[in-house]
Design a protein around this ligand. Structure first.
Ligand code: ADP
Ligand code: MG
Length: 252
């Protein structure tokens, strides 16, 4: 199986506070990998290292180790951050469409890249909205405000916006945490489609979601990667006591 992301002996700190300790894992291409673990264990921090969005936090620092994406060390000084973030899209817990129309949300990155040809934009917008399982619901209201959509639709719009960039990897930080069960189900179904084309890494505190959607699961605790393996194995035959306690809900 092809490895998309290699995390090697990663240590990370916010100022003097060490929050990731020697984390190593290989994330396979075109599968869904879930990061699970109690609040504060470092899931988001680890996810945010993969597209270097932690760079925006002045105190944030990788103190050791490396991350390779398709065999390239993303922390090399000559990495083009804009290109890295095109290649690695991100979706957040709080869906965050721009105060623009549905169409312009998806077309945004193309416009920024100086692409303004109507036919080209139309095609990208339609394909991205189809890819996010949103097209049928919005095709008659493309030029209305994104804020008129339901929460679940706004989240799928954010996914469409990421897809429009033709990424290889999608990072999702608790993408369903603000959604109701039905909207959550739609996103979970969408993940099954998306993984045919994209490598997906998802943070979730919902263990049922991890078992339903992910191929691999990484269990983290206090900044350590306690156990990583096939999702079935992690939930049904965990090797570590801490993992077992967490996945059976007898934690702490
Ligand atoms: P999780 O996503 O698993 O809840 P986080 O990665 O958000 O965990 O946080 C890991 C640790 O880093 C926590 O102790 C948290 O308080 C701390 N932390 C997160 N963001 C910052 C920040 N910007 N500055 C300082 N500490 C932070
Ligand atoms: Mg988090």
């Amino acid at each position: 199986m092809h490895t998309a992301i290699q995390i090697k002996n990663l240590r990370f700190a916010y100022g003097a506070k060490q929050v990731l300790h020697d984390v190593s894992l290989d994330i396979p291409a075109r599968q869904v990998t879930a990061f699970i673990g109690p609040s504060g264990c470092g899931k988001s921090t680890l996810l945010r290292c993969i597209n270097r969005i932690n760079d925006r936090i002045p105190s944030a620092k990788i103190t050791d180790g490396s991350i390779l994406v398709h065999d390239i060390d993303i922390n090399r000084s000559d990495i083009d951050l804009q290109e890295l973030r095109r290649q690695i899209g991100m979706v957040f817990q709080k869906y965050n469409p721009f105060a623009k129309s549905i169409y312009e949300n998806v077309a945004f990155s193309l416009r920024v890249a100086g692409k303004n040809k109507r036919a080209e934009l139309d095609e990208v917008v339609e394909n991205a909205l189809r890819g996010a399982a949103l097209w049928d619901e919005v095709k008659d209201r493309l030029h209305t405000s994104a804020f008129g959509l339901s929460g679940g639709q706004q989240q799928r719009l954010c996914i469409a916006r990421a897809i429009a960039n033709q990424p290889e990897i999608l990072l999702m930080d608790e993408p369903c945490a603000a959604l109701d069960p039905l909207a959550t189900l739609k996103i979970e179904e969408l993940l099954m489609e998306l993984k045919k084309k994209y490598t997906i890494v998802i943070v979730t505190h919902n263990m049922a979601q991890a078992t339903r959607c992910s191929d691999k699961t990484a269990f983290m605790y206090l900044g350590n990667l306690v156990e990583y393996g096939d999702t079935m194995q992690i939930f049904e035959k965990p090797r570590e006591k801490q993992t077992e306690a967490y996945v059976t809900g007898t934690f702490g």
